[in-house]
Design a protein around this ligand. Structure first.
Ligand code: SF4
Ligand code: SF4
Length: 357
């Protein structure tokens, strides 16, 4: 074991470097300025209108996704949040309490907690405890390595006690691909963290669901989720003696640090064309924004986490802060889209719950 698992190599975020792409407006402009062919096929609203979704509407709120902030112990190359140790945004308790008031006043069945590394937020444990007390299903989007940091060593037991579904990022079951995307030492630490989760029943007991999430290391679409899951289950057991319940494949969104990589490597236009060419009408009805509401660390509301990072607020006329939560207005709202949305409809589709087909 050569790496100190609590001291991962981290890089400065776009925000810390004051990089132009730290500005969401600049990110949106770069995507919009690309010449990707006729408007009918290169405009997302037009494309979904052509297959019967004119406009694209939400059908309810089944998932309240809470993004607790940008603080993270890692600085993955593809991060769509531009998270890292140099960020300070964190959901404070008053906002968290308001989210739980909203939850108590509704029957939203699922609370999906993300970040950053959400476990580092001052509100994380409160949100888990309160959501489960209200009888809701809770998901923790965990980067694994945080479970090895001394302050968080009790987390596997805490998560297990509250029957939290743990959804963990792991680009590949071999070291090279994972460390290339997530940083030196991340793979070895991730395997150790997965074993800690297995030890408390995750991936083994029915009420402790453990999901792995893989995304491509490069400018291409993920392979088929079902066949990859079979391969991963076999190889994770054979190579590392790790058990898990399911594998999600997720397409990399052309925003934030991944957008910077696409731009710097000359892959941006080619990647966007790949997404447009692979547009799959069968994915539109299941787009996660149709049943999810995303809340930012400071209580603003968005159609999804990607729109949140691009600072694309809700449609005009829909109250856009958790303080003004209005289920009726939110449940049938028009979804705000832009070119990054082609990342959700390419190939088998992509969402926080994996592929859509
Ligand atoms: S991808 Fe996840 S683990 Fe990596 S820097 Fe972003 S928030 Fe942190
Ligand atoms: S990026 Fe967000 S708003 Fe756009 S299609 Fe995907 S989930 Fe919906």
């Amino acid at each position: 074991m050569s790496t100190d698992k609590t001291q991962l190599k981290v890089l400065p975020t776009l925000n810390r470097r004051r990089a132009p792409l730290a500005d969401p407006v600049r990110q949106r402009a770069i995507l919009n300025e690309l010449d990707l062919g006729p408007w009918e096929t290169s405009d997302f609203d037009s494309r979904v209108a052509g297959v019967g979704f004119d406009p694209l509407l939400a059908t309810g709120v089944d998932v309240l996704q809470l993004n607790l902030g940008r603080v993270c112990n890692q600085t993955c190359a593809h991060c769509h949040v531009d998270a890292g140790p140099d960020r300070t945004e964190d959901m404070k308790l008053p906002v968290a309490r308001r989210c739980m008031e909203v939850l108590a006043a509704t029957e939203i069945p699922t609370v999906d907690i993300t970040g950053g590394a959400p476990e580092m937020s001052e509100s994380f444990r409160y949100l888990v405890e309160e959501s489960t007390r209200l009888g809701r299903h809770v998901i923790d989007r965990c980067n694994l390595t945080i479970l090895l940091a001394p302050r968080y060593r009790d987390l596997p037991v805490f998560l297990a006690e509250h029957h939290v579904e743990v959804v963990c990022s792991l680009p590949h079951y071999r070291q090279w691909n994972t460390d290339r995307q997530r940083g030196t030492g991340v793979f070895e630490s991730s395997i150790e963290a997965l074993r800690l989760l297995n030890d408390v029943g995750y991936g083994r007991d029915e009420d402790k669901r453990l999901v792995l999430v893989t995304n491509p290391v490069g400018a291409f679409l993920p392979s088929g989720q079902a066949s990859l899951e079979e391969e991963w289950k076999r190889e994770m057991k054979r190579l590392w003696d790790v058990d898990f319940d399911a594998l999600f494949t997720i397409t990399n969104m052309p925003i934030s640090r991944y957008l910077e990589w696409l731009t710097d490597s000359g892959n941006l236009e080619g990647y966007m064309r790949t997404l447009l060419d692979a547009f799959n009408p069968g994915t539109v009805s299941g787009l996660m924004c149709r049943t999810m509401l995303s809340v930012s660390w400071d209580g603003q509301l968005f159609d999804c986490d990607f729109n949140q990072m691009l600072d694309l607020g809700l449609a005009p006329g829909v109250p856009g802060h958790i303080d003004d939560f209005d289920l009726e207005a939110l449940a049938g709202r028009r979804i705000v889209t832009a070119r990054h949305c082609f990342g959700c409809t390419a190939g088998a589709g992509s969402s926080c719950g994996g592929s859509l087909e």
